[in-house]
Design a protein around this ligand. Structure first.
Ligand SMILES: [Zn+2]
Length: 81
């Protein structure tokens, strides 16, 4: 008999477009980005309750994606604002 421990997923955080010091994570259930503040760590899921995603129960960890930040710094695309 296997006991199921809740596994808290870790999502890769990328810099936000509106403010690169803030983070966003791609949610594979909502198929959209959830926006977060600037610190890593455990977060309550930002999934809408009606979607009933697995993140609802566990929340998730957000961890910086160094790759995304490197790219952001290297490519200086002109912004639209
Ligand atoms: Zn979600």
């Amino acid at each position: 008999m296997k006991e199921k421990k809740p596994v808290i997923p870790i999502l890769k955080a990328e810099p936000r477009d509106d403010d690169p010091t803030m983070l966003k994570v791609w949610c594979p259930f909502c198929l959209c980005y959830h926006l977060h503040g600037r610190s890593e760590g455990h977060r309550v899921a930002h999934c809408p309750p009606e979607l009933n995603t697995p993140f609802e129960k566990t929340g998730y960890y957000i961890a910086l994606d160094p790759e995304a930040f490197r790219k952001k710094n290297r490519i200086r695309k002109p912004r639209w604002y």
